[in-house]
Write a protein that binds this ligand. Structure first.
Ligand SMILES: C[S@@+](CC[C@H](N)C(=O)[O-])C[C@H]1O[C@@H](n2cnc3c(N)ncnc32)[C@H](O)[C@@H]1O
Length: 269
């Protein structure tokens, strides 16, 4: 498993992103009901911004952030001083160092999009194993990266079509989450689907994010699009379109809760 935008600067990018209105994780998680002394996992914790929030908001709980990037784990640890109920560990999400049925809540945000279909299944099966009966996974991801841009260009459309065919990143993962969770055995609650609409300052910030995502993913993209020029042309096309008057950019954010069924209760009914 690899993460195509792995880079030293990824910490700053994730912290910047988390401050934007459209990426407001506090709002995404405002429906959480957390038991006293819950065991919480932030799966694919990145800079640790969500882990820090959970540890502060639920001081009786114990929060562990897992990420397979050693650099990201070190950076997250450095940023999380003074929170004794929070730790970060390096691990791949399909092999978590957790005994079965130990965890009350797993938050997995903006990670599934980076996994192939096989990896998505392996990771969600692993979450199922780690959760207690009645435990919950909240999977949050975006649907529509680079697709819901108008005006567009033939080259943007071609790159998006190639991406959807070959799936190095899942641009339409949001809509798949309820089915993915059900396939791994979860009972799926009705998904929250929210519009991420970019205009004004929020659009300027998203352009900044697009620039850094493309720059950080350059080693991967150069190979995927077969040349550096093709990558540059893609970035220029996207930014040119977004700079035109009346341009439109929107994604949908899926916030989906899956519950691990309580086998005891189920067998009684
Ligand atoms: C887009 S970032 C999201 C970070 C954080 N969840 C947030 O919302 O800001 C995705 C993170 O998932 C991690 N990641 C991706 N695939 C992973 C895997 N298979 N195992 C562990 N971590 C993974 C990456 O290293 C990266 O830090």
């Amino acid at each position: 498993m690899t993460y195509m935008i792995e880079a030293e600067k990824e910490f700053e990018r994730l912290e910047f992103q988390a401050k934007m209105r459209n990426y407001d994780f506090r709002k995404e998680l405002n429906h959480l009901e957390i038991a006293e002394r819950a065991q919480i996992v932030d799966a694919g914790s990145g800079s640790g911004v969500v882990s820090r929030y959970l540890a502060e908001a639920y001081p009786q709980s114990s929060v562990t952030g897992f990420d397979f990037s050693e650099l990201r784990v070190r950076q997250a640890q450095r940023a999380a001083t003074g929170l004794s109920n929070l730790c970060f560990k390096t691990a791949s999400l399909d092999r978590l160092p957790i005994s079965s049925a130990q965890v009350d809540l797993i938050v997995c945000r903006f990670v599934l999009e980076h996994l192939s279909a096989t990896e998505q299944k392996a990771v969600l099966d692993e979450f199922y194993r780690c959760l207690k009966p009645g435990g919950r996974i909240i999977a949050i991801d975006v649907d529509g990266w680079f697709q819901n841009i108008y005006p567009s260009t033939p080259w943007i459309d071609e790159v998006v079509a190639k991406c959807n065919r070959e799936n190095p990143i899942d641009l339409r993962v949001g809509r798949k989450i309820p089915t993915l969770l059900e396939t791994s055995g979860f009972k799926v609650l009705p998904p929250r689907i929210e519009l991420m609409n970019f205009e004004g300052e929020e659009l300027e910030h998203e352009k900044q994010l697009i620039r850094s995502r493309l720059a950080q993913a350059a080693p991967f993209l150069n190979e995927f699009l077969e040349s550096n020029e093709n990558v540059t042309r893609f970035g220029n096309d996207v930014l040119h379109c977004l700079n035109s008057q009346n341009s439109v950019l929107y994604y949908c954010k899926f916030i989906v809760t899956g519950v691990k069924p309580d086998r005891v209760l189920r067998s009684l009914t």
